[in-house]
Design a protein around this ligand. Sequence first.
Ligand SMILES: NC(=O)c1ccc[n+]([C@@H]2O[C@H](COP(=O)([O-])OP(=O)(O)OC[C@H]3O[C@@H](n4cnc5c(N)ncnc54)[C@H](O)[C@@H]3O)[C@@H](O)[C@H]2O)c1
Length: 447
Amino acid sequence: MQAEKVSDTPLEFIVEYLAKAMKIARDHPGVPEDLRSNLQKALNIASGLDSYLEMTSSPESQPLAELYRKTIEHDWKKAFEEGKTSFRLPKECITGHVEGQVLKMLVRVSGARRVLEIGMFTGYGALSMAEGLPEDGRLVACEMEPYLKEFAQPVFDSSPHGRKITVKTGPAMRSLKGDECRDEVFHGVQGKSVLDRLRLDGRVAYVTGAGQGIGRAFAHALGEAGAKVAVVDLDDRKAERVAQELALKGIQSTAVTADISKPQSVQGMVDAIVAKWGTIHIGCNNAGINMNSASEDTSLDEWDQTFGVNLRGTFICCQAAGRIMLNQGYGKIINTASMAGLIVPHPQKQLAYNASKAGVVKLTQTLGTEWIDRGVRVNCISPGIVDTPLIHSEELGPLVQRWLSDIPAGRLAQVTDLQAAVVYLASDASDYMTGHNLVIEGGQSLW
Ligand SMILES: NC(=O)c1ccc[n+]([C@@H]2O[C@H](COP(=O)([O-])OP(=O)(O)OC[C@H]3O[C@@H](n4cnc5c(N)ncnc54)[C@H](O)[C@@H]3O)[C@@H](O)[C@H]2O)c1
């Protein structure tokens, strides 16, 4: 059924008035031909605009077309007289095809995920916008009239996008205050969903020992979560290669060469990052070494080297980055300890390594409690046995079967098993966690 034409939009009013003026001009012979001709041209242009937009806009979906038809054909006068609605609802209230597509486009280009609509009528605008929302998007439509919710809901239900829509009936102010408790659990801390709270956009991070292995995986994870990442390694070529990998993924990155066992080198690393990006928010002290030897054969040189990198080096990094963080009242330090700080992995012999990693846990606990009241959280991750090329060496390769029998998870860790943990500890979502040792070892330390 064709809608009875009643002007509703500014353009429709312009067309209506131009048509009236044109009729007067036609009926009065004294009107100059020029005026009549110009009026006719203006009317032609104005009256063609809506149909032009209809033609050039994307077609509406089947449920939208159904909603339009249902709204236009409905007897709104009768609904009012029967007391089903408390307003005389004009069908022209409906959001039309072109407006619906514009709303859908705006929702999509703005990347909106939550939409609030106040005043739904029969839901054409709501469904158009819902079509523009992502799968997990939500639209809340506040509508005075329960009758309109009943009217729209069957069509919403027939659309794959209808489940994104929640209609709240009654006065909008009451709906917005809500019946439920609208606290941070409901709305998210600072309005952010839990996944958004894990994001690291705008943060500056560094990862030591990021030229390969676990550090490389940490650098990718932090960058994927939105941070700018300084890839730090003793080996400049490895650092450069990983920084380039990150850049390929659109992550802002820089390669920094540093030996974390040397205070001057660490200070140079911190200065370079601050000079480039202004500050440091996330310090990931991951570089470490392990030289296996039986305790009776462990030389003091091996002991000093191992401690020099693993414990002393980690402390030097914590202190240099910590000073920046304490100064700005914010920071996240994540040290890489090891399951070897908890249990004695066997049968390989690695006294100095085990002792140094136990030291990293205690360093983390102490700094974590000492600096938390100044906004700096310090935690550590203790991986179990990680499947790196090192483990497949001639010396360690034969031990893999033995280790596997000690691991409830039945496999070695992959570097990717550790990535979410570093993002969590680097993010605001873990703000209440400090001095913690996050053990990720497939259950190995429990057997
Ligand atoms: N691989 C495992 O099974 C395992 C298990 C638990 C803990 N860890 C710990 O995880 C961390 C990373 O281990 P990985 O297996 O990725 O190591 P890896 O040997 O594969 O990589 C370590 C990186 O650190 C760099 N590095 C070494 N000494 C450095 C120094 N003084 N300054 C700067 N960079 C230095 C190396 O060049 C290398 O790129 C280490 O602290 C290690 O002790 C590893």
